[in-house]
Design a protein around this ligand. Sequence first.
Ligand SMILES: Nc1ncnc2c1ncn2[C@@H]1O[C@H](COP(=O)(O)OP(=O)(O)OP(=O)(O)O)[C@@H](O)[C@H]1O
Ligand SMILES: [Mg+2]
Length: 280
Amino acid sequence: MQKDRPMLDAGHTEETLLEVNNIEVIYNHVILVLKGVSLTVPKGGITALLGGNGAGKTTTLKAISNLLKSERGEVTKGTITYRGERVQDLMPSDLVKKGVIQVMEGRHCFEHLTVEENLLTGAYTRGSSRAEIDADLELVYSYFPRLKERRKSLAGYTSGGEQQMCAIGRALMSRPETILLDEPSMGLAPQLVEQIFHIVKSLNEEEGYTFLLAEQNTNVALRFAHYGYILESGRVVMDGAADSLRENPDVKEFYLGMSDEGRKSFRDVRSYRRRKRWLA
Ligand SMILES: Nc1ncnc2c1ncn2[C@@H]1O[C@H](COP(=O)(O)OP(=O)(O)OP(=O)(O)O)[C@@H](O)[C@H]1O
Ligand SMILES: [Mg+2]
């Protein structure tokens, strides 16, 4: 496993915002889902959490933002810190005040509210003035012009892509430092996925938001992220700079679909290669 972290800004060591250290998560007191997951999210980066169906990506994000309780899940081992401070006993709303917000998988807009009302709900955790809220709305609309056009429409009648934009926009309204973004590509056409990832990249580069982004779509995620962790069955099986993961033959073969063999377990691919090398 690669331990060296990329330096986003040459010459400066990067600042760690979020640190997940060897966590274990159990659902319903018996189902062990995360088996010692560790990851680091540096300030100003886009960190990708990759892996297939059921690998544990959403569970990891929910463990961080303390949303497991309502699912009868519990962190039974390990620690989660934000800016060095233990955060795993905080209420989700306290974490939002510290600057960490999650955009849930499946978009979750309030269908019976308009797009703009949805965005405004994101501002309630802060007690800001109307002028500040208006300025934030303008910021969101500048990145998502489509939302401005649709601002009076009921969110339930907007497209999947617009709902994803609305969910991200609502998160931005809480003035976060770090956004945990769960599966933004889900159910969207490739062109829209591309568009949303471009916006995430601009938000990262121009506004300095830090992202931890869970994705099954390894291909897209590794083009936009700086660093990636690959989860399989609740364990990190590989991590590294996005470029190096993209070039890694095992990742190429297994996740980027560049092999004509059937999809196997990532570990099988690795041990198969190791065996081949050993035989050679
Ligand atoms: N509330 C729950 N109770 C019991 N098991 C759960 C619960 N939520 C998730 N799991 C199990 O935990 C494992 C990891 O699920 P999780 O949703 O974290 O995966 P994921 O990587 O986000 O997958 P996907 O890409 O499909 O969203 C799966 O085996 C899933 O069945
Ligand atoms: Mg998920």
